[in-house]
Design a binder for this molecule. Structure first.
Ligand code: GLU
Length: 488
């Protein structure tokens, strides 16, 4: 067998389109991209949309846009095609079914007919006995002929992978070397759900193999799935790719990066005026040190110097201040014409200006008024003066309670909006008031002040729609911090 290293390098990013494009996706994409480019191989984009409930086209579009903005172009993908397509998992169902059947035939997988009630009961028993949670393998002992008959008769079932029941499973990770798992601790993973859709594990392994991916570079959170994946490769009789699990990006307190503590959507960084090259530079620094320890470098320089075996395993802390500092360095490195071009394509782009202008049109008497009136549309964070701070506290509530209201508003009603526009924002804000027994006025003035720094602005929903989800979210978070430090 040829070793994976000798083949043409093929890497991939395999995002699930279930929300805003995440900074972690860019981080993982960057390392995959760099390896493929350095080795003259291919970088593939595969959309993992097997979770039909949570996946959306809008989210998929945003992934494309964000990765293109960063300049991480892919060679194959749902939108550009390629010889290994389709590249969207929802279009590959038959391939997964056929592969799952192969495993059932060879005895590496089995149909499981256990009902939800039985599984709930099992879980309750395991909880009471303080034992390990997991499937107990009951359906593994059903005679394959009987199982086939029950399936043919239409009995509801899933397909599970038959994991070894004892011994150790040793897997190899490029950064960690051998990692050992106790087989008995690993569940018989569901490969095909009762609706016939594959789970991530099956689809991911089948696709990585069929798409001839040589290096699976992905986030550390998947390392616990590795024994199941390795087992799947063995069961199919396939050669393993090289696995490389990148340390997770972290908040300052070392927890996994989260939107409560850092902006995590790539849309935020674009809207807040970060340069794509500075983002990439910063993300590269999160996992890799240049041989000469230089902190500022270009994507091309990174591609040349990158060595996946030298990725650092420390938990990289994502630090917005440091990113801002680095961005400043990149900004200063632009010649004036380039800087002007950047402003004109982002902050001062016609597209954006044409959204802001109608909101200011009726309220300005000179052209110069525009800057004073609409300045908050063009900055990152806003300042809150004393009047603003007072108005930011919701009527009849304390500052701390208002901060809580903002938090619930964000998490429950604003974060889930994928298509952010006048209608969706208005609908979400009004529904939120009703659900939480808040008077619209009680909520709207504080939100207006939080997202603009001002008490008099164009219509709140228009303003929020134009500012965009990311800036609104960020300003509400900053406002929450301000509110928390205010006296009641
Ligand atoms: N769909 C998975 C994700 O969203 C991909 C993980 C992998 O790269 O295997 O992170």
């Amino acid at each position: 067998m040829r070793s994976a290293m000798a083949k043409r390098v093929r890497t991939r990013i395999a995002p699930s389109p279930t929300g805003d494009p995440h900074v972690g996706t860019a981080y993982v994409a960057l390392f995959n991209y760099a390896l493929a480019r350095q080795k003259g191989g291919q970088f593939v984009l595969r959309v993992e949309d097997t979770d039909r409930q949570r996946s959306s086209e809008a989210a998929e579009e945003m992934i494309y846009e964000a990765l293109r903005w960063l300049g991480l172009e892919w060679d194959e993908g749902p939108d550009v095609g390629g010889p290994y397509g389709p590249y969207r998992q929802s279009e590959r169902s038959e391939i997964y079914t056929e592969h799952a059947e192969r495993l059932v035939q060879s005895g590496h997988a089995y149909p499981c007919f256990c009902t939800k009630e039985r599984l709930d009961e099992l879980r309750a028993e395991q909880k009471a006995a303080k034992g390990r949670f997991g499937y107990d393998g009951r359906c593994r002992s059903i005679d394959p002929r009987e199982a086939a008959e029950r399936r043919a008769a239409g009995e509801a079932h899933v397909i599970r992978l038959a994991m070894p029941t004892d011994g150790e499973i040793v897997v190899d990770d490029l950064l960690r070397g051998e990692v050992t798992f106790e087989a008995a601790q690993i569940d018989d993973q569901v490969l095909v759900k009762s609706d016939g859709y594959p789970t991530y594990h099956l689809a991911n392994v089948v696709d990585d193999h069929l798409m001839e991916i040589t290096h699976v570079i992905r986030a550390e959170e998947w390392i616990s799935s590795l024994p199941k994946h390795v087992r799947l490769y063995e069961a199919f009789g396939w050669e393993l790719p090289v696995f490389c699990h990148l340390p997770l990006l972290r908040n300052a307190d070392k927890s996994k990066i989260s939107k409560r503590k850092n902006p995590v959507s790539l849309n935020y960084y674009r809207r807040a005026g970060f340069l794509p090259e500075a983002m990439l530079n910063y993300l590269a620094l999160m996992g890799f040190a240049m041989p000469d320890e230089r902190e500022e470098f270009t994507l091309a320089e990174f591609v040349e110097a990158f060595d996946p075996a030298k990725i650092s395993l420390g938990g990289p802390v994502f630090d917005l201040e440091k990113l801002t500092w680095l961005n400043g360095k990149h900004i200063r490195g632009l010649d004036p014409a380039d800087l002007l071009g950047r402003l004109r394509s982002e902050q001062l782009g016609d597209e954006y200006l044409l959204q802001v202008l109608p909101l200011a049109h009726e309220r300005i008497d000179t052209l110069a008024d525009f800057i004073a009136y609409a300045g908050f549309f063009f900055v990152g964070d806003v300042d809150y003066d004393e009047t603003a701070k007072k108005k930011m506290v919701a009527k009849d509530l304390t500052p701390a309670q208002t901060a809580k209201v903002f938090r619930t508003l964000l998490e429950e009603s604003l974060d889930p909006i994928l298509e952010w526009n006048l209608e969706s924002v208005e609908q979400a804000m009004r529904a939120h008031c009703e659900r939480h027994d808040l008077k619209p006025k009680q909520l709207f003035m504080p939100v207006r002040v939080a997202v603009t720094g001002r008490t008099a602005t164009p219509g709140l929903f228009d303003t929020m729609a134009v500012l965009g989800k990311e800036i609104c979210r960020r300003r509400l978070r900053v406002a929450m911090d301000v509110l928390r430090t205010m006296k009641t």
